[in-house]
Design a protein around this ligand. Structure first.
Ligand code: KG4
Ligand code: ZN
Length: 360
């Protein structure tokens, strides 16, 4: 059966992304990055992000349609992220998508950004692998899903463990009680002078460093729940970096070793809680999503764990599906379309900046 064509938008943070999807297939996924605009702030500046989204959204939409070889008249539904994210940024996407859905007379699909990250490992390419690919497999993600699944979302804004019982059926088993994993890497990277965002730089530096040189703490081992916390690692890092700096020993090698150490500490903590969950919950698949999923070491750790436990491991096939993108929003939009969960043209969608996924 031919799957409905979905035009999808994500303007949750600092990237303006527009995609066209059909089922799990991505026909186009354009990401207009604002990273250069926000670099000088060391984080995302909401009013700057809003203005850039406003300028970018129309040309990005036109480019996505062109890349996909489709016209607006072929679009069956319009999907848009309603949260979580920055309220001014979300507003731009919601307003644009709502107007377009009304003009086209098609259902408008309100999507949780986290549900997008969760399903990003299922997105399939529609064309041969590009240089951005982190997996050359075309067929792997097409294999039927066997529920229940444990989804791990590791991004700059979130660190969540989600039990997936079926499409739209989620239970959040654990989450971060303070910073997200990517946020911790970004903050420590900033202390080391690595720029923003720092996750990818830390990954490169870590390859030249000794993860055992500094003794990073493993938090929350006495706590029985499945939540994570990264603020202790951040404080530990701040104190140690100040000490090294004062002693004049924060040289290049120390920065490499520090990068290896903090990356390992963050991933060990995630893996520790993941192990606890897998002791208690019987699942058949393990899915990884979010910006930090671009990290090869993290993927290796989870792949090894999945292999030992006999689980199928899925992760996004390209880097641009790990970070914020509209293709993942389109895939969830397609599911909602088929379930008849779109709002009708004219109905208003609200921004939901603090939306969670699978809270019980
Ligand atoms: O999913 P994302 O684009 O935005 C959020 O929704 O938060 O994730 C961005 C995060 C940033 O914290 C960035 O430093 C991190 O993903 N990141 C990485 C890597 N690439 C991006 N962290 C570790 N290793 C990487 N290669
Ligand atoms: Zn995200």
């Amino acid at each position: 059966m031919k799957k409905p064509l979905i035009l999808a938008f994500d303007t949750s943070c600092d990237d303006t992304s527009v995609a066209l999807t059909s089922g799990y297939k991505v026909l186009a996924n354009i990401i207009s990055s604002q990273v250069e605009l926000h670099k000088e702030f060391g984080g995302v500046f909401p009013t700057v992000a809003k203005q850039a989204h406003k300028e970018n959204i129309d040309p990005t939409t036109k480019l996505a349609l062109k890349r996909a070889g489709k016209t607006l008249s072929e679009v069956a539904g319009v999907a848009v992220t309603v949260g979580p994210g920055l309220a001014p940024s979300l507003e731009v996407g919601i307003t644009y998508a709502s107007q377009l859905a009304a003009e086209l007379g098609v259902p408008l699909l309100a999507i949780n950004h986290l549900e997008g990250h969760l399903w990003s490992s299922l997105v399939e390419r529609n064309s041969p692998p590009t240089k951005d690919a982190i997996s050359s497999s075309i067929t792997e993600s097409a294999a039927p899903i066997i529920y229940p699944v444990l989804g791990v979302i590791v991004s700059g804004g979130h660190t969540d463990f989600i039990l997936v019982k079926g499409e739209g059926q989620y239970e959040r088993l654990g989450f971060t009680i303070d910073d997200a994993a990517g946020e911790c890497l970004d903050k420590v990277g900033r202390m080391l002078g690595l720029g923003y965002p720092a996750g990818a730089v830390i990954e490169q530096f870590a390859k030249k460093g000794d993860p055992a040189r500094f003794d990073f703490p493993l938090p929350m081992t006495q706590v029985k729940d499945f939540n994570v916390s990264f603020s202790g690692m951040k404080t530990f890092s701040r104190n140690l970096i100040a000490k090294l700096d004062a002693a004049g020993s924060l040289d290049k090698q120390a920065i490499y070793d520090f990068s290896a150490g903090i990356q390992m500490a963050v991933f060990r903590h995630i893996l520790y809680k993941l192990n606890k969950i897998l002791e208690e919950y019987k699942v058949t698949e393990l899915w990884l999503g979010g910006g930090v999923a671009a990290n090869v070491s993290l993927r290796k750790l989870l792949r090894t764990k999945a292999r030992i436990m006999g689980l199928k491991f899925r992760f996004p096939y390209a880097k641009n599906l790990c970070s914020d993108n509209a293709a993942m929003i389109g895939v969830v939009g397609g599911q909602k379309f088929l379930r008849g969960e779109g709002v009708q043209p004219g109905e208003k969608l609200d921004r939901q900046p603090n939306l969670h996924l699978g809270e019980v």
